[in-house]
Design a binder for this molecule. Structure first.
Ligand code: 5GP
Length: 117
């Protein structure tokens, strides 16, 4: 059972601004955007809490998230200007929702990020 907030979004128990969906992937706008475009791509059928939990036979899941994000960037017209994808794993990376997700950030020149302090 996926008890995370993203599980609830997948099951339509809470609303989200969904921008893309196929058999395996759901994408929706981040509730607290860190860039003009900030969309989250998540697997729909399988609950994997962190990247560290990903099994070799689930590797295609991550590829599907990346391909869906790239397709969205082309469709929305910002692929040529560029974009960033990020996956946070556990506390030090700031992961807050324990269902793997890929952040797509775009729409402005993005600053570099790294260790705080
Ligand atoms: P993380 O920090 O785990 O890599 O990213 C989780 C992301 O989920 C955050 O950027 C946060 O703003 C977003 N988020 C958390 N709760 C919700 C929600 O209820 N709806 C949406 N659309 N995004 C959420």
């Amino acid at each position: 059972m996926n008890d995370t907030i993203f599980g609830k979004i997948i099951r339509r128990e809470i609303p989200a601004q969904i921008v893309y969906e196929d058999e395996d992937v759901l994408a929706f706008k981040d509730i607290a955007p860190q860039a003009p475009v900030h969309v989250l791509f998540i697997p729909k059928q399988v609950h994997v809490p962190t990247l560290d939990d990903l099994k070799p036979d689930q590797a295609a899941l991550v590829g599907k998230l990346v391909l869906a994000a790239a397709e969205y960037a082309r469709q929305e017209g910002f692929a040529e200007n560029g974009y960033r994808v990020v996956m946070n794993c556990r506390e030090d990376a700031g992961q807050t929702v324990y269902h793997i997700h890929l952040h797509l950030l775009a729409g402005a020149a993005l600053g570099y990020f790294g260790a705080a302090g």
